[in-house]
Design a protein around this ligand. Sequence first.
Ligand code: NAD
Length: 482
Amino acid sequence: MLDDKNGIDNFLKKNEGKPVVVIQGLGFVGAVMSLVCANALTEEYAVIGVDLARKDTYWKIKSINEGLFPIVASDPKIEEFYQEAKKKDNLYATFDNHAYSKADTIIVDINLDVAKKSGFYGELNDYDVDLSAFRKAIETIGDNCKKDVLILVETTVPPGTCQKVVKPIIEKCLEERGLPIDEFRLGHSYERVMPGPNYIDSIQNFYRVFSGINEVSAEATERFLRTIISTEKYPLTQLGNTNATEMAKVLENSYRAMNIAFAVEWSRFAEEAGVNLYEVVKAIRMRPTHANLMLPGIGVGGYCLTKDPLLASWSKQTLFGSSEPLGQSERGVQINDKMPLYAYQFMKRSLELEDLMGKKALMLGISYRSNVGDTRYSPVEPFYNYLIKDNCQVFLHDPYVRFWEEKEMEIPLDYEEAFKHDLDIVIISTGHVEYMQSENLLSYLESQKNLFILDTVGLLSRAEIQRLSKRHTVKIVGRGDI
Ligand SMILES: NC(=O)c1ccc[n+]([C@@H]2O[C@H](COP(=O)([O-])OP(=O)(O)OC[C@H]3O[C@@H](n4cnc5c(N)ncnc54)[C@H](O)[C@@H]3O)[C@@H](O)[C@H]2O)c1
C-alpha cells in the first residue's frame, strides 16, 4: 500500500510550531470545516484533511492539493478561504493515517448512514443503522493518535455513541498500545452547517452546542471552538454530557422533518380546496410563534433530515433498550419520503394522462437544495424515476451539478439545448437562484407551444404565472387556485 508519510512530514515541516488539526472525512462538512480551521480566528493551525484512498473519494484529496476545492457552492467565501489557505500553505489533504499520529486535535466529520431497505418508498421500521464503518474509523484514530489528543466528534451520531462506542474504542486501542487511557479528551459538538450561500458563516458565525465526556474534555472542546468560531457574537452553549448534545442534534433535525411532514397533508388539502397554501402560510407566519411553518414542496432531501429521526429512534431502542420507537418522528420521515410521489401524482392528475409515452420533459434542478450541488437523497431522483417508468423522455439541468453521481449521468451546462426538442413538460424541481426571475428562462418557456409547467417549489411569482398561463398550463404543488 502506498503511503504519504513524506507528504505529511514535509507539510508539517513547513508549518513547524503550529498546533495540528486533523479532520477525518472531507465531505460536505469536513472539507469546509478544514477551510474554517485553516482560517481560524485566534490561532494559526496546520490543518490536514484525511479521506479514504477509494476510487470515489480520492479525487477530493487530489483536488484540495492541486488547487481546486472539491465543493461547488454559491458562497464566495469558500474560494476566498481556500485561496488564503493556499497562500499560507497550511492545508493539506491525505489518505494516510500517519496524519492522526501528528494531531493535537482530531475532528470526526465522516458519514454515518441509515440504510432504508425500501429506498424512497418509506415503509416504517424498514431501516437499519450499521455502526461498523464508524467504529472502524474511530479505531483508526485510536491506533494512531497521541495519548493526550482532543477528539471532537461532529458527525451526527445516535445519542449515546460518544460514551458507549467512541470512548471504549479509544481506551481499548490506547491500552493495546501501552499508553495511558485517562489523558485523551473527547468532546462532541454537532455541525449546523448549511451548504449554500452562507456555507462558511454557518460554521464560523453561528451558535454552537458542545459537551465533553468529562470536565477536562468539555474545557478542551470549548477552548478549541473559541479559536474557530466568533463566540463573542455567537456564544457557545454547553450541555451536561455527550448524550445531551447528541440528542440535541437529532431532535433539532427531527423537529424540522416533522414540521415538513405536517405541511404535506395540508398541501393536498389546499390543492383539493382551490387554495394557495403559500399565501396561507405567509399570512400565518406573521405570528411570531408560527414563523417556521413550512411551505409545500417536492420533498425532503439531503443527508440529514432523511435519516436523523431514524438515528434517534434506533438509539432509543438499541443503545438505551427501549421497547418503543420514536413513532411520530419515524412517521414524519415516512411521510416526507412520499412527497415526490404526491407531487408526481398531482402532475399526472392535472395532465390527465395514464402514460407519458412520446412526451418530453425538462427537469430544472437536481440538487435537493437550492443554490448548492448536493444530490444526496434528492427528492428529484424518485420524481425522475417515475417519469422514466412512465416512458417519458427526460432532459435535465442544474447549474451546480455537472455529474449526477447517483444516476451516473453527465448534466449539460445549459438548458437551451433541451428547448430545441419540442418539450411537452417543464418541471421546476429545485429553487436555484438562477431560475428565479430569470428573463432568459421565461423567454425560453414562452418560445414553446403548449407546455405543461409544474412548479414544485413555489418559485414562480404571480406575475410570471399570469404571463406563462397565456400560452401554457401552469400548476404549482400546494396551490389549488390555478
Ligand atoms: N451535509 C450537511 O449539510 C450536514 C449538516 C450538518 C451535519 N451533517 C453531518 O455531518 C456528517 C458528515 O456529513 P457530510 O455531509 O460531510 O458527509 P459526506 O458523505 O459528504 O462526507 C463524509 C466523508 O467522510 C469520508 N470517510 C468515511 N469514512 C472515513 C474514514 N474512516 N476515514 C476518513 N474519511 C472517511 C467519506 O469518504 C466522505 O468523503 C454526517 O454525520 C452528517 O449527518 C451534515
